[in-house]
Design a protein around this ligand. Sequence first.
Ligand SMILES: Cc1ncc(COP(=O)(O)O)c(C=O)c1O
Length: 350
Amino acid sequence: MDINRLVRKNILELKPYTSARDIYEGDGILLDANENSFGSTFTEIEGLDLNRYPDPHQNDLRKIVSDYLSIRRESLFFGVGSDEIIDLLIRIFCEPGRDNVIIPEPTYGMYKVASDINNVESISVLLTDQFQIDFNEIEKVYNSNSKIIFLCSPNNPTANLLNKKDVARLCERYNSIIVVDEAYIDFSLKGTLIDELKKYNNLVILRTFSKAWGLAGIRLGYCIADFDLIKILFKVKAPYNISTLTRYVLSKAFLNSKTKDEYIQSIITERDRLKHQLETLKGIENVSDSDANFLLIKCKSPKEVQKKLMDKGIIVRDRSSQPKLEGCLRISVGSKEENDLLWDAIKNIL
Ligand SMILES: Cc1ncc(COP(=O)(O)O)c(C=O)c1O
């Protein structure tokens, strides 16, 4: 597929912002960017050079993550959280007031919000009762202005993986960008669609450091996609979108990637323990299987349960107004102590 044919005309023609450092790399006397050559007012961490703008080409981040995942650097782009990338993709492919995106629901709310912000129509279709892709539903609404289909696997808030074959079929069937948000993939034992990238240049995989890596505070996400698509993301992004501090933290976190693996193990153990406990409560009709770091439970009065938990200082998410999620609350798997407190509270409520 020729990706460029899907890109908005103004983006194809865009002359991106350039800086003198696009044509110069090395340690010269940097008098090109109106920085403060005397130094920075923040001196707690040595060697960070916070008085200088960070590398716009994201070379350091690309090296760390491409080595870790054994993929090509040119297939990586980093954003201020994966939320920034969702917004950039809509801006690249969707002409406001004309194009649309398709969102199989229930799913993560930002795909719709980002579309609304950009004045791009979002067409909501339903997932099946097993929360898988419903081809008939998509076929009914798909048209030549449908530029992106947003999928999430494992899906938030239903916690299940999408069938790989279904995603592949969508990539084949439609001349559109198929985004698969893998924010929770680290909690799943199977499932990533990375291998499919070799076959489909319209597939974009979104990832984030906000979940398994425990780095929600640094705001860093990335996508893996076809080189041409990545080049367009670089053209459109703000020149220095990822801060030096974020890069510093990430480089240190990768020295500690074993801790991330231990977190994942602990979260999966706690997830399974909590699920078994909750399943014993009569007041809970269903506890979802989960490939993520949260559980979806179904009960009679979710709003009341949420309120009573909140009165005890425990915050969970009411998802009961989303399609197909009547009675549902989403509960993040906490630490062992937090889960024990949740269990004590909820068994008294229900
Ligand atoms: C499915 C999904 N994608 C993306 C995000 C946001 O990720 P980030 O923190 O990288 O913006 C979330 C946050 O909860 C999420 O649930």
